[in-house]
Design a protein around this ligand. Structure first.
Ligand code: URA
Length: 432
């Protein structure tokens, strides 16, 4: 006779038949799965039942709390300043965290940014920063707190004690076709962000070919679910829905993106990267109670750059060291004269990944210099035979596969054409 409070099969049947799970059932199944008393195949079946039948607001909140309670909770209340953080659901060329964290911290609000590595076609913030010679991602909780006190911003990897249930669940969802469930994505992201202990949180929910969510309706539902979860947990939470049908900026790849982020911190950089960095900084600062600041000025007067340099140095990096470059390049030429009206984010992301910028399995290494450099953005004029993109890799045998991914990525229309008018910031959600 088992001493367990519930039977996993009963819980699977409940969700399979479209009924709501009770708080006790959810708490037990997450706790028992984390300690190994619920089998992987049982949790896989439950995840699939959740993906097919959904969960209500109370169920999602309980599921999230149970994942938070599976591990430690960080506490920054000892800091004399408010804390604010950002999470992006991931996209191609999304290097925004790099200029954003020091920019926000330069206004005296602390930014504890726990980030991840890339998997598949979207890059990971830690992979990008690791292209800076000497920089290290693995800080202890004490080092993180000390850096927040002295520099104001830290970007590092989450310790293994934070939401361990999510780590196990996410690995299972990855191999069982159950990642794309709004309740499971929302609870996975928010359990880590709430456990991280930030006082305010801004979510950048991406929409488009290069994003998890291909259509605005699903992205809005994910954003609403996460804003509600954060708000219910006492975190001031807001979300922006932003376009990911074309890459952000002109680079996709680790060191290539760091270089572009530094251009933004130096008062330059591509207009779309600057626009989104400034918009997210305003949201993060206002969510932390700072409305009265000129965010853009800190990018041009060197304040954000000073904080960046201090942040990189504090984590062992040399902000003045040359960034790695790939050994080989291959130039993709424009096939016709005209206007670039589409440049598909997913195709560019897959190409960067195939060039070596990303990994197929968690244990793979990434190439720091690999990636795609774009020479035009939608709306820009192109000339037949001139460079459209430059591919970078240490393994030139990868160029053919990257070119295949890019075969239909660029659409060039006759001169005078205009690209579809898509704003970068599509919507904004607040508590309510
Ligand atoms: N990122 C996460 O952390 N979890 C998900 O489920 C999806 C994206």
């Amino acid at each position: 006779m088992s001493s367990e409070a519930f039977d996993a099969v009963d819980i699977i049947r409940t969700k399979r038949d479209g009924e709501a799970l009770s708080e006790e059932q959810i708490r037990w199944v997450i706790e028992a799965y984390t300690r190994g008393a619920v089998a992987e195949e049982q949790m896989a079946a439950l995840n699939m039942a959740i993906l097919l039948n959904g969960m209500g607001r109370a169920e999602i909140a309980t599921w999230t709390r149970a994942m938070i309670d599976s591990g430690e909770r960080m506490d920054f209340s000892v800091l004399p300043v408010p804390t604010t953080d950002k999470h992006s659901t991931g996209g191609v060329g999304d290097k925004i965290t790099l200029p954003l964290a020091p920019l926000v911290a330069s206004f005296g609000v602390a930014v504890p940014q726990l980030s991840g590595r890339g998997l598949g076609h979207t890059g990971g913030t830690l992979d990008k920063l690791e292209s800076i010679p000497g920089w290290r991602a693995d800080l202890s909780n004490e080092e993180m707190l000390a850096q927040l006190r002295h520099v104001g911003a830290v970007i590092c990897q989450a310790g293994s004690g934070l939401a361990p249930a999510d780590r196990k669940l996410y690995a299972l969802r990855d191999v069982t076709g159950t990642v794309e469930s709004i309740p499971l994505i929302a609870s996975s992201i928010m359990s880590k962000k709430i456990a991280e202990g930030t006082g305010a949180l801004v979510l950048d929910v991406k929409v488009g070919s290069g994003a998890f969510m291909k259509d605005a309706g699903a992205a809005r539902e994910l954003a609403r679910t996460m804003v509600d979860l954060g708000t219910d947990a006492g975190v001031t939470t807001r979300a922006l829905l932003t376009d990911m049908s074309t890459p952000l900026g002109l680079t996709a790849g680790n060191a290539l993106e760091v270089r572009e982020a530094v251009e933004v911190l130096d008062g330059g950089g591509p207009p779309d990267v600057v626009e989104l960095t400034v918009a997210l900084a305003r949201e993060m600062l206002s969510a932390a109670g700072r409305e009265d600041v000129d965010v853009a000025a800190a990018l041009t007067d060197g304040r954000a750059m000073d904080t960046w340099r201090a942040m990189i140095t504090a984590q062992g990096g040399d902000p003045d060291a040359p960034l790695p470059t790939a050994t080989d390049t291959d130039v993709v030429l424009a096939p016709a004269d005209g206007v670039l009206v589409e440049l598909d984010a997913l195709a560019v992301g897959v190409a960067a990944w195939r060039l070596g910028a990303g990994r197929a399995r968690r244990e793979d290494a990434v190439q720091a210099g690999a990636g795609v450099q774009m020479h035009a953005k939608p709306g820009g004029a192109v000339r037949a035979g001139e460079p459209l993109m430059t591919l970078h890799s240490d393994t030139p045998e990868r160029f053919d596969r990257a070119r295949q991914a890019l075969a239909d990525a660029a659409v060039i229309a006759p001169e005078g054409s205009r690209p579809p008018g898509r704003p970068l910031i599509l919507d904004r959600l607040v508590a309510g």
